[in-house]
Write a protein of this length. Structure first.
Length: 260
C-alpha cells in the first residue's frame, strides 16, 4: 500500500517519488551541491526494468534502496492510478540528463560520464562542447567487457575520484550501471560524488547520436513504439516479450493493492 508520505508512491515494491519534472530536477540540483552526505543514487524504472526486477528479487531489494526513484515509463505512471497517490507525471532519465547538464554548465559544476563506446572520449568531448558550452565534463568509455566489480571498474572509480564531479552519469545500461552505482556508494565514504544518475541511453539522445520520439508520442506513452521502430532487431524482445510479462505483473499488483 502507498507510503504515509504523500511524496512517495509505493508501487511494484518500489518507493517512487511523486514529483513533477521541474521539482525533481531542482531537488537533484540541490543534492548535487551536498558533500556532507553519502552519494545519492537516482534510478528511473520503466516497463523493462520492472519486469527484470521482478525476475531478480535480490537485485530488486538493492534497487529499492536508491535515494531517488522516478517513473520513467508512462505505463508505470498509468499503473500508479491504482493507488491512492497516483504519480503526477513521468520523470525520465533522458530529460533529467539534459536539464542537469544545462544547469551544471550555467553554474560551472563538473560532471563525469561513465559510458559510450570504447575509444570515443574525444568525440564525446567535442559533442558536449557543442551541445553544452562551458560544461566541465570528464569522460571514461570502458570496454564492452566492463563489469561493476572488475579491474576496469576500479580504474573508473579512480578517475571519478580524481575528477571530483558534482554529478556522475552512468550510461552503461541496466543492471551494470546500477550495480556500479551501489558499489561506489558502499565503498567511497569521503570525497564522494554528491549525485549519481543511472541513465542508460540518455547521453546518446542528448548529443543527437540517437533520435528521440516526437514530444506528442512521448506525452501519449508511445515512445516505446518509436524506439522499437528505430531499433527493431535490438529492442523487439524488450517491447514485446517484456511488455506481455509486465501485464501479468500489473494484474498481480492490482490484486495486491485491492487486498491491502
Amino acid at each position: 500500500m502507498p507510503s504515509a508520505d504523500n511524496r512517495i508512491t509505493t508501487l511494484f515494491d518500489l518507493p517512487i517519488r511523486s514529483m513533477r519534472f521541474h521539482e525533481a530536477s531542482q531537488t537533484l540540483m540541490t543534492a548535487a551541491t551536498r558533500h556532507d552526505q553519502p552519494s545519492q543514487i537516482v534510478v528511473t524504472p520503466n516497463v523493462d526494468h520492472i519486469v527484470r526486477l521482478d525476475q531478480q528479487p535480490e537485485f530488486k531489494n538493492l534497487y529499492a534502496t536508491a535515494d531517488y526513484i522516478f517513473a520513467d515509463g508512462m505505463p508505470v505512471v498509468w499503473a500508479s492510478k491504482m493507488t491512492s497517490n497516483p504519480l503526477p507525471e513521468r520523470v525520465t532519465g533522458a530529460d533529467l540528463f539534459v536539464a542537469l547538464c544545462k544547469q551544471c554548465a550555467q553554474k560551472n559544476l563538473p560532471v563525469f560520464i561513465l559510458g559510450g563506446m570504447p575509444g570515443q572520449e574525444q568525440e564525446l568531448q567535442d559533442a558536449f562542447a557543442r551541445t553544452y558550452p562551458g560544461l566541465p565534463v570528464s569522460i571514461f568509455c570502458p570496454s564492452m567487457q566492463f563489469t561493476p566489480d572488475g579491474n576496469e571498474a576500479d580504474t573508473a572509480i579512480g578517475r571519478i575520484q580524481d575528477a571530483g564531479p558534482a554529478i556522475l552519469f552512468i550510461c552503461l545500461g541496466m543492471p551494470k550501471q546500477e550495480y556500479f552505482a551501489f558499489r561506489y556508494r558502499r565503498e567511497i565514504q569521503s570525497g564522494n560524488v554528491p549525485l549519481i544518475l543511472c541513465v542508460g541511453a540518455a547521453m546518446e539522445f542528448a548529443l543527437g547520436q540517437k533520435k528521440r520520439a516526437p514530444l506528442w508520442m512521448q506525452k501519449i506513452g508511445m515512445e516505446w513504439f518509436w524506439r522499437l521502430a528505430s531499433e527493431p532487431r535490438r529492442l523487439w524482445q524488450r517491447y514485446t516479450v517484456q511488455g506481455s510479462r509486465f501485464f501479468g505483473i500489473l494484474l498481480r499488483e492490482r490484486r495486491k493493492l485491492r487486498q491491502s
